[in-house]
Design a protein around this ligand. Structure first.
Ligand SMILES: Nc1nc2c(ncn2[C@@H]2O[C@H](COP(=O)(O)OP(=O)(O)OP(=O)(O)O)[C@@H](O)[C@H]2O)c(=O)[nH]1
Ligand SMILES: [Mg+2]
Length: 232
């Protein structure tokens, strides 16, 4: 597995076939490269989910003190998972390019600069025990238009607190706030619960990786383009 830090680079495409399955001219492995955007409120667990997705600890995480988020800049990390999937009888690598963002709203220009080809999957991150990000959906729609739903999945972090409270994820979803229940029903990629406090990142990331891969496949690996004309 190889990790690449891509800090504010333009049009970076590790294999030149982003979003499509293709074969290198030299006959090397097929590669599916997907751009993934993490969105969510302050301390929602975005960077931890990013770490789970890439199977490392490279995104900086931690408790924010004095109201300043741990993540203040957009950061793009890329990881290749060799022979992760099969398509049409052939093995293929999966390259995930995960873009972590400052809380709530990424700057459209920064998203466009870092992912000029667009975003294949939006990962909306909400914390199970503290969710006041009622405008999340509205902002995602402003950034990407009505198509965002087809590309979105919801990840609910701090699921360990649900366990402590004796609450099953399905019960949680029926009892939670209206906006979160509505959001869960809208995202076509479904809902994942994660406990970022346990396991190795690569282990807890696997179900989310598979979920986002399925979602992207359903969209034929098409990408959403951010609306750069909006100002947030
Ligand atoms: N118990 C528990 N702690 C978690 C979980 N996910 C994240 N945390 C912790 O919550 C804190 C915030 O996590 P981050 O991943 O940094 O959250 P963030 O949304 O990137 O935070 P900012 O960038 O500061 O907005 C860290 O101390 C994490 O270790 C979880 O599922 N369970
Ligand atoms: Mg962060």
């Amino acid at each position: 597995m190889s990790l690449v830090t891509e800090h504010h680079r333009h049009g970076n495409n590790p294999f030149g076939i982003l979003g499509k399955l293709g074969r290198h001219d030299d006959g090397e492995q097929n590669v599916l490269a997907l751009n993934v955007l993490l969105l969510g409120g302050r301390q929602s667990g975005r960077s931890s989910v990013g770490n789970a997705l890439i199977g490392g600890e490279e995104f900086k995480t931690g408790t924010c003190i004095f109201g300043v988020s741990m993540t203040t800049e957009h950061q793009l990390l890329s990881r290749n998972f060799p022979r992760y999937l099969r398509r049409k009888g052939a093995e293929s690598d999966l390259t995930l390019r995960v873009l972590d963002t400052p809380p709530s709203f990424p700057r459209p220009k920064s998203v466009h600069e870092l992912c000029p080809e667009g975003v294949h999957v939006l990962v909306l991150v909400v914390r199970a025990d503290m969710h006041d990000n009622t405008h999340l959906e509205e902002h995602v729609e402003t950034l990407f238009g009505p198509e965002w739903r087809r590309h979105a999945l919801l990840v609910i972090t701090h699921a360990d607190h649900l366990k402590e409270a004796g609450l099953q994820p399905s019960d949680y979803l029926t009892q939670t706030t209206d906006w979160l229940r509505a959001l869960a029903a809208k995202v076509e990629g479904g809902v994942s619960f994660v406990e970022n406090s346990c396991d190795w990142p690569s282990v807890r990331g696997r179900p989310i990786r598979d979920r986002l891969l399925n979602l992207s496949a359903r969209n034929h690996h098409s990408a959403l383009t951010v609306r750069t004309e909006v100002s947030l």
